[in-house]
Design a protein around this ligand. Structure first.
Ligand code: HEC
Length: 112
């Protein structure tokens, strides 16, 4: 491969990565309103967990910025959000697919 081709290829990859990250940022912003309304009471506005709620529920799993949450696949995370798990209610049950995607994008953005 010639140098010029390598440079062009690199620019294209960079452009794609940039477009993808901008898409994610837009999703994350959309998801914030939903998160603040449905999730922040337990998981905290910053995703680290509302301490008062953690105490009331006797629950340590409220931190969504944790390594454990990062390890959850999107499908598994959405299952918890829409079906609930343990002491978590099915808080995101009525959300459209797009709203769920936006919400998850926002939750993931909190962990960064
Ligand atoms: C009434 C409090 C409450 C509300 C409201 C709530 N959650 Fe939760 N959430 C929990 C609890 C408690 C757990 C831990 C459940 C368990 O241990 O199985 C949890 C777990 C999770 C997990 C899995 C974390 C992991 O690492 O396994 C995700 C993802 C999550 N919540 C997202 C959300 C989102 C998004 C919303 C808003 C739509 C929300 N939660 C609303 C209490 C809540």
């Amino acid at each position: 491969m010639k140098l010029k081709q390598i440079l062009l290829g690199g620019t294209a990859v960079f452009g794609l990565a940039l477009a993808a990250s901008q898409g994610l940022a837009a999703e994350a912003k959309e998801g914030k309103a939903t998160y603040d309304k449905l999730c922040a009471s337990c998981h905290g506005a910053d995703g680290k967990g509302n301490p008062a709620m953690a105490k009331a529920l006797g629950e340590k799993g409220l931190n969504l910025t944790s390594k454990e949450t990062a390890k959850l696949s999107d499908d598994d995370a959405l299952k918890v959000i829409t079906e609930g798990r343990g002491k978590m209610p099915a808080a995101g049950k009525g959300l459209s697919k797009q709203e769920q995607k936006d919400l998850l994008g926002y939750v993931r953005s909190l962990a960064k």
